[in-house]
Structure formats: C-alpha cells, structure tokens
Ligand binder design. Structure first.
Ligand code: PEP
Ligand code: MG
Length: 324
C-alpha cells in the first residue's frame, strides 16, 4: 500500500469531479519540515510557535524569533506560512513562566495570556512582521479565541506593532490575520468573528475537548474523546456556513484533517483546505482523489443523522473499504 501512496507524489489533491482541496503542513520545529512534507504541501497551515519557547530557558527575544520565523518563511516562499501566536497554558507549560491552576484547560491559555502580557505578544508580532519583509508569505493566526473583543484587541496590537516598525524605518507589511475556531463560544459567534478576520482554521482537538467536556490528554476518559462525534461534525458545518456568509476561507488544522475517515466528511462540508502532519499528506491526498464531492456530501448527510461516533466510523470504514 505504501508504494500506492508513493504514487501520489506530485499529483494534485483533487476530487474525481475536479474540486481542488489544497493540503498544508502542520509544523512545530524546523526539523519537522526537513522531510517529505516539504514539497508535497501547498504551504504551512499551522506552525506551532510555542515549541520555540518551550525548548529554551527564557523567553526568546525579538532577534531570535526573527531568525526562526525567517527560516520557516524562506523555506516555503512563495507558498503561504501560517504562524500561530504563542499558545501556552493548558497542557503546554513554560518552565521559566510557571503558574498552577486546578483546571488548566479552562484557565490561562492562548490569547488570554497574550492579552494580559501584551509585551510578550508584541515582541512576537514584531518578529513575525520583520521576518516577512521581502518575502510576503506570512499569515498570522490567533489561538483560543473565545469572544469578539479578543479578536479586536489583538488586531489593534498587531496594527500597533506594524506602525511602530514603519516608524523605525522597516519596510513592514501588515499580513492577513486569522483565528482558530476551537472553543464552542466561537462557533456560536462565527459570523461576528468571520467578518473581522481574513481566514479561519478549525482546531478540532480543542473543539472536541470543549464540546464533549473531556480532557484531550486524560487516558481514563480517552474513549469519550472522539473527534468524529456527530456533534463535532455539526459544529464544523456551522463554522463553514458562517464563514461563507463573509466569504472567508475555512481550513481544518486539528488531527481530524489528517484522519482518512474524516477527510471525506470535511470534503463534503466544503472546507477549503486541510492542514496536517507530514506523515498524513499522501494518505489524505489518496482519499481526496478517490471521491467525488457529491459522494462525500451524501456520506456527510448520513453521518450528521447519527448519534454516535462509532456509527460514523463504521460508515466511513465501509466506504473506504469499497474504495480499496
Ligand atoms: C487544535 O486544538 O485542534 C489545534 C490544532 O491546536 P493544538 O493541538 O496545538 O491545541
Ligand atoms: Mg488548540
């Protein structure tokens, strides 16, 4: 089967009825990129910048960050690279920035920390914008958005960083800014959020955790954590519809995008692109090339009527078996 997947190299990620679904890469450290994903992907759909912070013993300064982001942007230029702003807290502590909470996943994480510590956020944004000078393939993405005011306040900080850089004489461009949809409250305000941003990307790992009220890392409840639950699919449909109102592109960058059983359903929803780890790219391309959009839509309709993730899995396993 692996030789069959190897044959996917260089082919377009396109359905049998001609719908293109570009595939992007999820990355964390530069070394992630050094393998096969690099030439197959249309760009980077999620670069988790927190790894740059986690591997050090203090906050990386602006210059260190410029260098790291510039390497990422250069490696893929002119293809787009989405750099996500610092998403610590939850399960990702920084050794040199300790705090304890009894419910870390409901606590101080993602943009909540950025808003309370604008100096950390501004340093990172300045580094991103500086790294992008002369390349222009940067997109900035904000994690863990829960409400509209967070989007507005962070956009103001991004504008401020941009203006400061211009005043300092840098030929800085203001890049497109998008948000992650990974908290249920953001799903229910999807129109209000979509009209304020340039793109949306769904973090199905956190969205599943918060929709099903189940810790994504707790083995005792691991059987309850299932990102193929029909409720997750319904939320995704709502996101795609809300984004369409303002013609904003929607990507999925959670684990679901790299799951062959789920990719067909995402295709059926009309998601614009998928972003995944390098190891999933060829498999997902094979899936996309095996289905028509119409077929995917009818499978999605069936899945949405189900009440259990197990039923959805069985439906999709059967369908993929039929495809060979
Ligand atoms: C997600 O939550 O689905 C996601 C892509 O972000 P992370 O896994 O880094 O929280
Ligand atoms: Mg997340």
């Amino acid at each position: 089967i692996s030789s069959e997947l190897e044959m996917m190299r260089g082919l377009k990620s396109e359905t049998t009825d001609g719908v293109t679904v570009p595939l992007y890469l999820n990355t964390g450290l530069i070394s992630d990129v050094m393998d096969m994903g690099m030439n197959e992907a249309e760009g980077v759909g999620l670069h988790r910048t927190e790894l740059l912070y986690i591997v050090r013993d203090r906050f990386p300064g602006e210059e260190v960050q410029v260098e790291s982001y510039q390497r990422m942007l250069t490696m893929f230029a002119p293809r787009p690279v989405i750099l996500r702003t610092l998403d610590i807290g939850g399960d990702k502590p920084l050794p040199y920035f300790p705090f304890t909470e009894s419910n870390p996943f409901l606590g101080w994480r993602g943009v909540r920390i950025s808003l309370d510590h604008p100096e950390i956020f501004l340093t990172q944004i300045r580094a991103m914008i500086r790294a992008n000078i002369g390349l222009n393939n940067l997109r900035i993405m904000l994690p863990m958005i829960t409400k509209v005011s967070e989007v507005e306040e962070l956009q103001m900080l991004i504008q401020r960083a941009h203006e400061e850089l211009l005043e300092e004489g840098y030929k800085a461009e203001l890049p497109p800014v998008g948000v992650m949809i990974e908290v249920p409250s953001a799903v229910y305000q999807i129109d209000e959020i979509a009209r304020r941003v340039d793109f949306l990307s769904v973090g199905t790992n956190d969205l599943t955790q918060y929709l099903l009220a189940v810790d994504r890392n707790n083995p005792r409840v691991a059987a309850i954590f299932d990102d193929m639950h029909p409720v997750v699919l319904r939320a995704l449909v709502q996101i795609v519809e809300g984004a369409a109102t303002y013609q904003r592109p929607v990507s999925v960058c959670g684990e679901l995008a790299g799951n062959p059983l789920a990719a067909v359903l995402l295709l059926g929803m009309g998601v614009d692109s998928l972003s995944m780890s390098a190891g999933s790219l060829l498999k997902i391309k094979w899936v996309i090339r095996s289905y028509s959009r119409a077929r995917a839509k009818s499978l999605l309709q069936a899945a949405l009527r189900m009440t259990d993730a197990r039923q959805v899995r069985e439906l999709m396993e059967k369908s993929l078996d039929e495809m060979g």
